[in-house]
Design a binder for this molecule. Sequence first.
Ligand SMILES: C[S@@+](CC[C@H](N)C(=O)[O-])C[C@H]1O[C@@H](n2cnc3c(N)ncnc32)[C@H](O)[C@@H]1O
Length: 240
Amino acid sequence: MNIKPAYILASTAEAIVLQANSTRVHSSQAHLHPRLASVVLRHLRSEHHAPIAAHNLQAYALLRDRLRAGARPLVLDSFCGTGHSTRALAARHPDHLVVGIDQSAHRLGKHPCDPGDDYLLLRAQCEAIWTLLARDGLLTDFHYLLYPNPWPKPGHLGRRVHGHPGFAQLLRLGGRLELRSNWQIYVEEFGTAMHLVGQRGVVSRLRVQGEGLSLFERKYRDSGHALWRYTAPAVTGSGE
Ligand SMILES: C[S@@+](CC[C@H](N)C(=O)[O-])C[C@H]1O[C@@H](n2cnc3c(N)ncnc32)[C@H](O)[C@@H]1O
């Protein structure tokens, strides 16, 4: 077995070891999902909202407190994993409140905390936080979605960001949007879903130099995967 060197991030309290031998996404789906358009449009027409769990409401209360305290424009790092990208984005956007969201306490627990950190990490479901922000009429300036789980089986379309009912809420948040993945079809589906709702963005190959924005990005790059991204200059609120 050809195992390439592992990465050990010395700055983390608990060393994070990532093998650079990640397998590529395998899927029986070789093209855009045939039901993509009907699923996206059905969700956009639907008024149904799932009930919001207590831990998501608590996480959102923290976010509202920080927004009230600082009145800074918002950057979301949805599906932030360990939050390494959140820290990098806070350095990139010093005048914004940068908020990383992930449902996994285990992943967030690996975040290398520093008392000087000026960003927020929330353990919550992204779709719930998007819903609550949208309900309060709050907008993002930038929204990053870095390497969301690919859900590669065709039957998983409804779990992908663009196939989930939460996509409508994401659109309502506006902002400059960037989604990255090592599965080209995922990014093309996302771009197509955005196009269906009138948003004009671009799908392109991503060449990552240096550390990469997130740990998964680095792992995939070092495993030799092609990386893809969708960028939209400014999403104009829609999704109702
Ligand atoms: C492949 S990892 C990518 C993590 C990070 N963005 C990176 O690039 O290193 C996907 C992450 O999405 C999180 N996740 C999956 N579904 C979620 C959801 N509905 N809400 C919040 N986090 C979710 C998982 O816990 C996991 O940390």
